[in-house]
Design a protein around this ligand. Structure first.
Ligand code: NAD
Ligand code: UDP
Length: 320
């Protein structure tokens, strides 16, 4: 009998790639999503699979799945700053009530659950690179707090279920991940810059562009998550690519990649925007034997090709 896995946030960027991977591994996959930031287009190719079913459901409401479950991957949550600033209460609710419901379901089914945490639990970090023992520097009452604190609560309640109920839990602290199926207009820097280059607009660098990020290609991320789920390790593990770059240099890379001659314009840095971010992946290497394999130039080439194939109509669609 195929192992059965529930993936929340299945119609989103990471969730849809995870559905693909687990279908490929021979699992029976239940994708759940309320489509608030996701798109059914991301999983439409799976609908014909006999081992895939989709449940349209808001997980801040009680979550029920008939039959046995072996695993849960809990990925539902807005993930781009623009999304979670637009829907702050839903963001807090999916990280808190949504996570509670998923943990309750895991307990009922005696299933192992992996939750999608984030590098944002480190906030604007005072330790560099960030390792899992760092407690973070988050402004609880700032605009980003709705996401960061929801994710910190998510980690706490997950560890409580692990310690108190003996539930098998896994915590992935995911660092900036990119690739095909990101929403072009979700405001995250990679789709934002690529969209601007494709439309012939100036690239908007926030602040002076000296803040850093470290971008991980989606295939590497999925491999890390897959290995973590199947491991026996219940403390948090950073999954990301340590190759760090300033946002200004990254904008210049995009101009080179797209072969356009767009100008760079500087706009105000959003409040509490972390100044530096780079994962220390020593733990993932030791415990999972995992490290990223796809270079930024290769991953960005694939991602750019994906967006380049979009119609003009899709490119021009604005959300904000
Ligand atoms: P995404 O917005 O593409 O996907 C999130 C999905 O969750 C969407 O399909 C959305 O409709 C769904 N969702 C949101 N609220 C829901 C609810 N109440 N009920 C049911 N479904 C709901 O974002 P993503 O980049 O794929 O991120 C997925 C997960 O990974 C999130 O939990 C995010 O916090 C985490 N994460 C992502 C990154 C990254 O770089 N992509 C980094 C760190 C953490
Ligand atoms: N950023 C930018 N221009 C944009 C969008 C984002 O300079 O059009 C910056 C943003 O301020 C941040 C970095 O790029 O410093 C990464 O932003 P993103 O929203 O992708 O992710 P996060 O801040 O959550 O890491």
């Amino acid at each position: 009998m195929a192992k059965r896995i529930l993936i929340t946030g299945a119609a989103g960027f990471l969730g849809s790639h995870l559905c693909d991977r687990f279908i490929k591994e021979g699992y029976s996959v239940i994708g759940m999503d309320n489509l608030i930031t996701g798109d059914l287009k991301n999983i439409e190719h799976l609908i014909k699979e006999k081992n895939f079913e989709f449940h349209h459901h808001d997980i801040t409401k009680f979550v029920h799945v008939a039959g046995d479950l072996d695993y849960i991957l809990h990925f539902a949550s807005p993930a781009s700053p623009i999304d979670y600033l637009k829907i702050p209460i839903q963001t807090l609710k999916v990280g808190s009530f949504g996570t509670h419901h998923c943990l309750g379901l895991a307990k009922e089914k005696n299933a192992r659950i992996l939750i999608a945490s984030t590098s944002e639990v480190y906030g604007d970090p005072l330790v560099h690179p960030q390792n899992e023992d760092y407690y973070g520097n988050v402004n609880t009452i700032g605009p980003r707090g709705v996401y960061d604190e929801a994710k910190r609560f998510q980690e706490s309640i997950t560890m409580a279920y692990h310690r108190f109920h003996g539930l098998e839990t896994r915590i992935a602290r995911i660092f900036n991940t990119y690739g095909p199926r990101m929403r072009l207009n979700d405001g995250r820097v990679i789709p934002a810059f690529i969209g601007q280059a494709l439309r012939g607009e100036d690239l908007t660098v926030f602040g002076d562009g000296s803040q850093t990020r470290s971008f991980c290609f989606v295939d590497d991320q999925v491999e890390g998550i897959y290995r973590l789920l199947l491991s026996d390790y219940s403390n948090p593990v950073n999954i990301g690519n340590p190759d760090e770059i300033t946002i200004l240099d990254f904008a210049k890379e995009i101009i080179k990649l797209t072969g356009t001659d767009q100008k760079i314009v500087f706009q105000e840095l959003p409040q509490d925007d972390p100044m530096q971010r780079q994962p220390d992946i020593t733990r993932a290497k030791e415990i999972l034997g995992w490290e990223p394999k796809v270079s930024r130039s290769e991953g960005m080439r694939i991602t750019y090709e994906h967006f380049r194939s979009m119609s003009k109509e899709e490119l021009d669609k604005r959300e904000h």
